[in-house]
Write a protein that binds this ligand. Structure first.
Ligand code: ZN
Ligand code: ZN
Length: 339
């Protein structure tokens, strides 16, 4: 990853807009990039970081260095509720009194994911069985997300958005773009006149975000994601400000590359299914992963890989290329017709 390690943060992107960099300790992502925007009577922060002292101290230091501090923060916009974006929301709210703004679909997940996960855990157990996870792996996979909850200090939003809203902030006017896929209520912020966009995790310069089917994300997340990518193709932007890695310029090129990646992934899944009936877990074991084999992954990563595989398999079902059936409580995927 080409990390601008020598860059000093907060980094002024333009008048009234700073990029911050908050560490994500012991995590390959390295950092999250929150943004700080100057308004007429206070500042807006987009995303925050994990709820760990190292991240909090870094965020506080950068807010102070920008001459803003918690005292002048008026609004916290959250692109989605993953811990690296939403983790410090509770603390930011407590220290600043900022108005917290989150998409409606994300708000609906806060309780079951972070406050009262018992029901989710029970559902997760059944879900893992259905998708062919061997009995000996099931308990580890089921509870694998629980430690991550410690990195989140949850807070309910004061305001929700749906997408399509206009948010005037100082010299800027942002449009809220609902871009589901990576998370059901993920949002981007477009500044049409100044030709830049804050893309959160939706579009990153070299890595592709995890697109998963899981008990809290039903339907067709990969289809939603691809549609969300295509909606951005028309945009005339010169600067892309993502939430990880680094800023870049060629939005259209990156959108095409991500779509191509998923096309190749879909073909690979078809090959692994072959002429057999396979569970999602078997397919996840059969496809290639950049970071190793499925069996070498931590339970958390195995579950993410299973969710990602399922998002692709169900997409293929909706395309009519695979069909799925349940036998003895286990779901299988098989090629449809002559494909
Ligand atoms: Zn995310
Ligand atoms: Zn992220």
């Amino acid at each position: 990853m080409t990390a601008p390690v020598e860059t000093k943060y907060p980094l002024q992107v333009m008048d009234g807009l700073y990029q911050l960099r908050v560490p994500i300790p012991n995590n390959p992502l390295g950092w999250v990039l929150p943004y700080l925007i100057e308004g007429r009577d206070g500042w807006t922060l987009v995303d925050s970081g994990w709820n760990v002292p190292e991240a909090f101290d870094s965020l506080e230091q950068q807010l102070n260095d920008a001459g803003v501090g918690f005292a002048k923060l008026k609004t916290l916009l959250v692109t989605h509720i993953h811990p690296d974006h939403y983790g410090l929301a509770g603390q930011v709210k407590e220290r600043s009194g900022a108005t917290v703004v989150i998409h409606q679909r994300e708000r609906d997940l806060i309780r079951s994911r972070y406050r009262n996960p018992d029901q989710l855990l029970a559902t997760m157990g059944e879900w893992l069985t259905t998708h062919g996870v061997p009995k000996e792996n099931r308990d580890d996979l089921k509870t694998s997300a629980m430690p991550v909850r410690a990195f989140v200090d949850p807070v309910d939003p004061d305001e929700v958005v749906w997408g399509g809203e206009r948010l005037p902030i100082g010299r800027f006017e942002f449009e809220v773009w609902w871009t589901p896929g990576h998370s059901p209520g993920h949002i981007c912020f477009l500044e049409r006149e100044k030709k830049f966009i804050l893309t959160g995790d939706h579009v990153l310069p070299t890595i592709t975000p995890n697109i998963s089917l899981h008990p809290q994300q039903q339907g067709n997340p990969l289809g939603d994601y691809i549609a969300s990518l295509r909606r951005l193709e028309e945009l005339d932007v010169e600067q892309v400000l993502p939430a990880h890695e680094y800023s870049f310029t060629d939005l259209a090129g990156r959108l095409r590359a991500i779509e191509k990646h998923h096309d190749e992934r879909l073909e690979e899944m078809m090959t692994v299914v072959g002429r057999s009936a396979r569970t999602a877990f078997e397919v996840a074991r059969g496809v290639k992963w950049v970071t190793g084999t499925l069996d070498s992954f931590s339970p958390w990563m195995q579950r993410a890989a299973l969710g990602e595989t399922l998002a692709h398999l169900d997409y293929l079902v909706l395309e009519g290329r695979l069909h799925k059936f349940v036998q003895d409580g286990v779901q299988y995927y098989k090629r449809a017709g002559n494909d």
